[in-house]
Design a protein around this ligand. Structure first.
Ligand code: 6PG
Length: 228
């Protein structure tokens, strides 16, 4: 449960370094690494850097998604479209296993199918945080907050696209390695509500590592930064 507060320039480098080190750690003891990616814009430059590295054995990595918008896969709002376009803009490495949430299908059926594809546990889970404190597509007041059985379910967002698919709290809490990546002063209140008040869905990731730039961390009380 580490807290990293870095400047804007270091943010992408620190995130890349954390992800690469966890991939290495998992592959030291496992044949495969189950890596679940965050959507949204924050991680895209990080994915661009990861995709350019020549020292990541992508053929030993299963890629999953923490959430998806229920939109056609070839639209810019699709997390799959954004993530894969950032990771591998030209061509995808051979032997990659990529498990896409089929947001264009019936949400209930797509959630059930995706759940059946998940491994027992995600090795590395990456999450972002919205300015309202949502994470994945678990928004404030979401029924997903009370879900204890299912690991993937349909969800309604408070910003378009409204219909989503999301992992549930179980997947977040069961992940082996968890990194929450938050950048920008518009996230400062959400970060405080998550880390200090524990009053927004992103608090589900309290036990994970948090990487914040100084703007996102600006509302944290200074006395609470011990250990950050
Ligand atoms: C999504 C994401 C979502 C995202 C946050 C932060 O589908 O939008 O999965 O949880 O991580 O909304 O998004 P930004 O990084 O774009 O601020």
């Amino acid at each position: 449960m580490e807290r990293f507060i870095v400047n804007e320039k270091e943010f992408v480098e620190q995130a890349e370094r954390w992800i690469f080190s966890k991939i290495q750690a998992v592959l030291e003891t496992s044949q495969r690494c189950h890596l679940m990616l965050a959507g949204g814009a924050t991680p895209l430059p990080i994915y661009q850097r990861l995709g350019k590295r020549l020292d990541i054995p992508w053929s030993r990595i299963n890629l999953y998604f923490g959430d998806e918008r229920c939109v056609p896969v070839d639209t810019s709002e699709s997390n799959y479209h954004m993530v894969m376009g950032s990771l591998f803009p030209v061509s995808r490495p051979d032997g990659m296993n990529v498990y896409r949430m089929c947001g264009e299908e019936n949400p209930d059926m797509a959630a059930q199918v995706y759940e059946s594809l998940l491994p027992v546990r995600i090795d590395i889970l990456l999450l972002g945080v919205g300015d309202d404190g949502h994470t994945a597509s678990i928004f404030p007041g979401s029924a997903a907050l009370d879900e204890e059985q299912r690991r993937v379910m349909p969800a309604i967002a408070s910003k378009p696209p409204l219909q989503r698919l999301t992992i549930t709290p179980r997947v977040i809490q069961e992940a082996e390695h968890l990194l929450v990546m938050v950048q920008g002063e518009d996230k400062a209140d959400a970060v405080r509500l998550a880390l200090i008040n524990n009053s927004v869905p992103a608090a589900l990731a309290l036990d994970g590592d948090w990487l914040m730039d100084s703007q996102a961390a600006r509302s944290l009380p200074k006395d609470k930064l011990v250990g950050f």
